[in-house]
Design a protein around this ligand. Structure first.
Ligand SMILES: O[C@H]1NC=Nc2cccc(F)c21
Length: 247
């Protein structure tokens, strides 16, 4: 997968040189390219923003640098056609399902907006030659799209074949579609079996895989009911079996 990130803070993405994603880049699974939006400004001050039409506080990112940046990064007739992701608080809530869907794309381009956002004509112009998605990572205020882009790039990248080592698997993740559905993970334990007076639940030492799986699902249901009751309420009734209902 190719991922292009256009931003005025390229250094924000040095974490993508580390750990699993860093290894995936070195092995060629991931081709992540960073672009400084200011490369497509032509004034002495490399201006990327201006005051909003209609007045109001803050600044809006100018369309011209973005238009030229997207032209340069994407080209006139790209093959394959990339999907442009616009992180924005007013976007569609980004979930693990979006991550799974985006992990199937050959090429993603992330446009990191700062300030009050990007002139809305940029998305309209881009949509003339590629699919465009406005996505939000949550209902809180960030200073810009860089953190959201880091979150989405990490969430998508770890689903790509070969990125997670064979000791880890995405299948058992919280929210993993089809397995964990909309349940959050229950508690996890490792050695030692007793620590500061706390024993690891015996079932986990029993070697009885059926009982372990049942215990894990019970604990996932309990934790979901405690921390995320809205997830249980929205689960399709057939996703909860009789045993689940006894938890
Ligand atoms: O994910 C959003 N959540 C909250 N604030 C934001 C600010 C800029 C971009 C962005 F995606 C977001």
């Amino acid at each position: 997968m190719r991922i292009d990130i256009i931003t005025i803070f390229p250094d924000y993405f040095t974490p993508l040189e580390l750990s699993l994603i860093g290894k995936a880049r070195k092995s060629g699974i991931l081709d992540i390219r960073l672009h400084d939006l200011r490369s497509w400004t032509h004034d002495r001050h490399h201006t990327v923003d201006d005051t909003p039409y209609g007045g109001g506080p803050g600044m809006v990112m100018k369309p011209q640098p973005w238009g030229e940046a997207l032209d340069a990064v994407v080209g006139a007739a790209p093959d394959p056609v990339p999907r442009l992701i616009l992180p924005t608080p007013s976007g569609v809530p980004f979930t693990q399902r979006h991550a799974a869907r985006l992990a199937g794309e050959p090429w993603l381009v992330f446009a990191c907006g700062r300030y009050e956002g990007i002139d809305s004509r940029v998305a309209v112009d881009a949509a003339r030659r590629m699919p465009v998605e406005e996505l939000s990572i949550g209902d809180y205020v960030l200073a810009g799209g860089e953190s959201a882009t880091l979150v989405m790039v990490e969430t998508v990248s770890r689903l790509l074949p070969g990125v997670l080592g064979n000791t880890e698997s995405a299948e058992q993740d919280s929210f993993a579609p089809g397995v964990m559905d909309d349940l959050v993970e229950g508690p996890v334990y490792t050695k030692p079996a007793e620590w500061r007076g706390q024993e690891v639940p015996p079932v986990l030492l029993s070697g009885h895989h059926g009982a372990v799986d049942r215990w894990r699902r019970d604990e996932a249901l309990r934790r979901t009911a405690r921390n995320r009751p809205e997830l249980l309420r929205r689960m399709a009734p057939d996703r909860l079996d009789r045993r689940d209902r006894e938890v």
